[in-house]
Design a protein around this ligand. Structure first.
Ligand code: ADP
Length: 487
């Protein structure tokens, strides 16, 4: 048993490595062979049996019907005669009805060598045989002594269950099917050859049609695996292959995007890391060699070292925050708090530093609203948006923050007066590590701020977006939704 299993699994493995084209072709040929074997079997071998059984069944049904009609008082003699005549013609059948004393009541002759009408005493032999049976049966099956035609006789007792009124005999020939079989055989032979040829052609066509898009897709997939991300998958042929090709083309584009972003990340991060590290080294060396003994200069240099360390910490923190948020393990710790108060707190913290650099942050609050969300994370969202607004606002250095109470929540808007963002870039700015090509290098940023904003707002299920006008500035907004009633 084990050996057979191993043998089967070996065959399955080998069959699994057969090209699709060949496999479809093999299935097709097997199907065709099965169809023909069945056809030959039923048409040639079973045809005679089929024919005989069918004929017997038909005659028995007809006999029962005629017997019933004979005993039916509502059918008069002339109608019954007609019925017998029609039945005899339709079924190529001799009919004989005799009463219980053996006198002929009705007689129909349909073919020449009718056994029940011959004068050789067949009818009386059949009658005595029928009398021994209960109702009716096939009384004789065989060749006629005069001609070699095969026929059979069916007999039926005409009785209402108590009294016997007479007897019905039906005799019908069984036509020889051997000549028909040989005609069918020849026809089948020709049809078999034609159909095998057609099946062969169709199977090649079908297997080509199914396999060729897959072969094309496989070729393109190999290119994709070798880093050619712009490869276009073509699956023309049928719906599934087209869908597969489209999906793979899309996957290629996405991989290409991730790849570009990854490269950008390495470029950005290494640049962002190198600048503060160079500064750290330079100022540390300056303190060691020059300003170590000069308290004023030393303090100044140490201040720069501390700033640069902060820059590095920020970069690393952003990366950690985002990876935590994206890991899906972050949960929300929702608390209730007044949004206006929270906004005032954040903006006050900004004002200390930004006003020294000449930035103005204007806050327009609405009525105080109690909201329920993760305050630490929402604070980070607001912080990142204001930070970006300060970084990207125009020369007037103005930033406008607004709280707008809505029926279903509170909308927070952060507006700057900068260059604005082009329509096609808006989709990208929330992507990880995306930084516009013309962003100011001096702007401290990691390209992760808006990705963190997006991750937090998605976690809360809040709507967010940007409205931007080139040359006028951008408005970044999000809506803190009211809790559903009853929660
Ligand atoms: P970064 O650290 O570069 O600011 P972000 O994820 O916060 O990273 O922003 C991604 C990019 O979106 C920025 O590089 C910038 O090009 C664009 N961007 C963000 N905020 C603004 C804004 N207020 N005005 C114009 N462009 C912006």
């Amino acid at each position: 048993m084990k050996r057979i299993n191993i043998l089967f699994s070996d065959i399955r493995k080998k069959f699994g490595r057969i090209p699709l084209r060949l496999k479809i072709w093999i299935y097709f040929v097997i199907y065709t062979i099965i169809v023909f074997v069945l056809l030959w079997f039923f048409q040639i071998i079973f045809l005679e049996n089929f024919y005989e059984n069918m004929k017997i069944r038909d005659v028995i049904t007809e006999g029962e019907f005629l017997a019933e009609s004979c005993l039916n008082d509502s059918i008069d003699d002339s109608t019954y005669e007609k019925l017998l005549n029609q039945s005899s013609m339709k079924n190529d059948m001799c009919i004989e009805i005799i009463d219980k004393y053996g006198r002929s009541l009705h007689s129909e002759k349909a073919f020449g060598d009718c056994l029940i009408h011959s004068k050789d005493g067949t009818l009386s032999t059949m009658l005595s045989k029928l009398k021994k049976s209960k109702e009716g049966e096939i009384l004789y099956m065989g060749k006629s002594p005069r001609s070699s035609q095969k026929s059979f006789i069916y007999g039926k007792i005409l009785s209402d269950g108590e009294n016997i009124y007479g007897y019905l005999f039906l005799n019908t020939p069984i036509e020889p099917v051997s000549s028909t079989v040989s005609i069918i055989k020849r026809q089948l032979m020709i049809i078999t050859f034609i159909l095998i040829a057609i099946a062969f052609a169709i199977s090649i066509y079908v297997s080509e049609n199914i396999a060729s898009p897959i072969v094309k897709i496989t070729k393109s997939a190999k290119k994709l695996a070798n880093g050619k991300y712009d490869v276009k998958f073509e699956g023309n042929g049928y719906l599934e292959s087209q869908e597969l090709a489209d999906t793979l083309t899309y996957a290629g584009q996405q991989i290409s995007k991730v790849d570009t972003l990854q490269r950008d990340l390495i470029a950005n991060v290494s640049h962002d890391l190198r600048t503060p590290l160079t500064m750290l080294k330079a100022y540390a060396e300056m303190i060691r060699d020059l300003s170590g003994d000069n308290p004023k200069k030393r303090k100044e240099h140490l201040e720069i070292i501390i700033d640069e360390t902060d820059r590095l910490t920020m970069l690393v923190n952003d990366m950690l925050d985002l990876s935590k948020l994206e890991s899906g393990k972050q949960t929300l710790h929702c608390t209730e708090f007044g949004i206006s108060e929270k906004m005032h707190g954040i903006i006050d913290r900004f004002k200390g530093v930004s006003e020294k650099m000449g930035y103005n942050i204007h806050f327009t609050p609405d009525e105080e609203r109690i909201v329920c969300c993760d305050s630490v994370k929402i604070e980070q969202v607001i912080y990142n948006l204001i930070n970006n607004a300060i970084n990207y606002t125009g020369a007037d250095k103005q930033v406008y923050v607004r709280q707008v109470n809505l029926d279903d929540g509170v909308r927070i808007e952060v507006r700057d007066t900068g260059d604005g963002i082009e329509e096609d870039k808006i989709k990208l700015i929330f992507d990880k590590y995306y930084r516009s090509e013309n962003h100011k290098r001096e702007v401290v940023g990691t390209g992760l701020g808006l990705s963190i904003v997006k991750a937090i707002l998605k976690l809360h299920g809040y709507d967010y977006g940007v409205n931007s006008t080139i040359g006028k500035g951008s408005v970044f907004w999000f809506t803190i939704k009211n809790l559903p009633k009853g929660e």
